[in-house]
Design a protein around this ligand. Structure first.
Ligand SMILES: C[S@@+](CC[C@H](N)C(=O)[O-])C[C@H]1O[C@@H](n2cnc3c(N)ncnc32)[C@H](O)[C@@H]1O
Length: 286
């Protein structure tokens, strides 16, 4: 049986980029051009002379990536890494790929941090994106990361080590209340699962097929995690300390109502992401 030649072998980089963009577009990928650049960048050591031709090894590596992407596997899983805030994070099938909207949570959280030394708690840390970004910004802080998924915690630990933040980070495997013996904290942050259960089946294939259900499923109305986390906050947070939670775009009123109804939570504020959608609920513990 004769093997089909790999389509990119001997082709010039600038031609490949165009053809790759077209192929990804046909597969239904929205940001096809940008992704084509990322994939090419991953098989080339540095961005080359556009006339350079791809050798057989590079061409095969690229084709393997394209086939995975055409099957709608997320680019982040294919590359094994993703940018968030100022960090380059390892990601895997066991963690949610950190989203740009979550950077809004980082901005708001930084605004709540007073003088150090500080203790920060991240509930549902996943890749560690939130906590590690805050620790990177604040060398006077230490943090504790909780997740129920041991595999996610492994990825978060790997990220803490490669960013040299592991000496300031502790990891606890368990449910939302697992860090109670380690408090109190100056700041509690969380991006919990908040998609309504039935909505998951309607999401893009990259999300519904490849991202961990534990990171997505917020129960019948998407609010289960907030119902569990909010009553814990007065026990977790020092008087005058703050909480910052990511929310779904239609959950601002429900989550802030719940936060107000919980003892000691005040100054509740709903903030929007760059797209103008409600994205963060924050407040203080009096
Ligand atoms: C939406 S992801 C957020 C990941 C990361 N913080 C980020 O923003 O990219 C939610 C995380 O919460 C974790 N999680 C879900 N239910 C949990 C529970 N009951 N207790 C602790 N962690 C939980 C999931 O494993 C997942 O890593």
């Amino acid at each position: 049986m004769t093997q089909k030649p790999c389509p990119w072998t001997g082709e010039r980089v600038f031609e490949i980029r165009r053809a790759l963009g077209r192929r990804l577009k046909e597969a239904g990928i929205q940001e096809a051009e940008i992704e084509a650049r990322h994939m090419l960048g991953a098989v080339l050591d540095e961005w080359p002379d556009p006339d350079l031709r791809l050798d057989k090894t590079g061409a095969q590596a690229l084709e393997a990536m394209v086939l995975r992407r055409e099957a709608r596997e997320p680019l982040s899983h294919i590359l094994g890494a993703w940018g968030f805030w100022s960090l380059d994070l390892a990601v895997s099938k066991d963690v949610l790929t950190p989203r740009p909207e979550t950077e809004r949570l980082i901005e708001i959280a930084l605004g709540h941090l007073g003088q150090g030394p500080l203790k920060i708690l991240d509930l549902g840390t996943g890749s560690g994106a939130i906590l590690l970004s805050l620790l990177q910004e604040r060398p006077d802080a230490m943090g504790l990361a909780v997740d129920r998924s041991p595999a996610a915690l492994q990825t978060a630990m790997q990220n803490a080590q490669s960013l040299k933040l592991d000496t300031r980070t502790m990891f606890v495997e368990g449910d939302w209340d697992a860090a109670l013996p380690h408090g109190p904290f100056d700041l509690v942050v969380s991006n919990p699962p908040y998609i309504a259960h039935d909505e998951i089946a309607t999401l893009e294939p990259e999300v519904r097929r490849y991202e961990p259900v534990l990171a997505l499923d917020g129960g019948m109305d998407g609010l289960d995690a907030y119902r569990a986390i909010l009553p814990l906050l007065p026990h977790y947070i020092k008087p005058g300390g703050a909480f910052v939670l990511e929310i779904g775009a239609d959950q601002g009123a429900a989550v802030s109502d719940m936060a107000q109804a919980q003892a000691g939570l005040g100054d509740i504020c709903v903030s929007q992401d760059l797209g103008g959608r409600d994205r963060v609920v924050s407040g203080l513990c009096n």
